[in-house]
Design a protein around this ligand. Structure first.
Ligand code: 3PY
Ligand code: MG
Length: 262
């Protein structure tokens, strides 16, 4: 799972940033993820902030994915909550994306929630994760300490405050930052939502430059091929390119008889 992302990132070189291409799930449904699993994205993200799944359903989707695929399964949390982080890691998710990380203290709390003492504050109880990995208690504890196999942590930078505190946030031990262009453009009071506006695109370039200077992974959320290719070519290592909801609509529209096109 998560180690697949880390291997990809580790094998990156100057000419080849080895970007992970990810698929985002808004729909709380197992079949949807089973269909999209066929395309073998590097990672699948279950969105507990804006999707329709609750925690139990996200775990059902995780099982469905893992039955068909060895891709990384991540959750986008509804909010920064150590108990939620623990619950999803215990279920076998290999990483977490935390929305609205605005301060270094929040980034530190995210990392602490993913690590056992003395490095962090995660409570012991990897109920399903251990079964999935087929490891002993000791083996699991080792995996969680090993920088190659421990959970992937991505802090979302999507507010003016997060942008202002970015140099500080980047001194935390998160693996990287993940840009939410919708909230970021809102927060910057941009004319239109998304990546295109001048303030937002400048902010995106700044986030990337600062994060890469600090040796962190940078990710971004887009939803079309040209933006995906653009950010891959710019060296972004985690690009969300597909969404179940968008894909479903595009697929249906592609077969709609012309007489029904509005
Ligand atoms: C944003 O663009 O604000 C996101 O959180 C992506 O879902
Ligand atoms: Mg957002």
């Amino acid at each position: 799972g998560g180690s697949r992302l880390r291997e990809l990132w580790r094998s990156a070189s100057a000419g080849s940033p080895n970007s992970a291409v990810a698929c985002w799930l808004h729909c709380a449904d197992e079949l949807t993820i089973e269909v999209l699993a066929q395309l073998d994205y590097d990672a699948y993200v279950m969105d507990l902030q804006h999707g329709t799944a609750d925690g139990l359903q996200a775990i059902r989707q995780l099982r469905a994915l893992q039955a068909m695929s060895s891709s990384a399964a991540l959750v986008r949390l509804a909010e920064l909550s150590a108990s939620e982080v623990g619950r999803y890691l215990d279920a076998g998710f290999s990483g977490v994306i935390c929305p609205m990380v605005n301060t270094k203290a929040q980034a530190d709390a995210l990392v602490a929630a993913c690590r056992y003492a003395p490095q962090g504050e995660r409570s012991w109880g990897p109920t399903r994760a251990m079964l999935k990995e087929r490891v002993s208690l000791k083996g699991y504890a080792q995996q969680m300490r090993d920088p190659r196999t421990r959970p992937v942590t991505l802090a979302m930078i999507e507010t003016r405050q997060g942008l202002g505190n970015l140099p500080d946030i980047l001194t935390s031990e998160v693996d990287g930052v993940f840009i939410g262009p919708m909230d970021l453009s809102c927060s910057l009071d941009e004319e239109g939502l998304g990546t295109a506006g001048p303030k937002t695109s400048k902010a995106i370039a700044r986030i990337k430059a600062l994060a890469h200077r600090q040796g962190k992974v940078v990710g971004i959320y887009v939803s079309d091929r040209s933006s995906t290719e653009h950010y891959i070519s710019k060296g972004f290592q985690f690009v969300v390119s597909a969404h179940d909801k968008v894909a479903l609509m595009a697929g249906a529209m592609s077969s709609l008889p012309r007489t029904c096109l509005r």
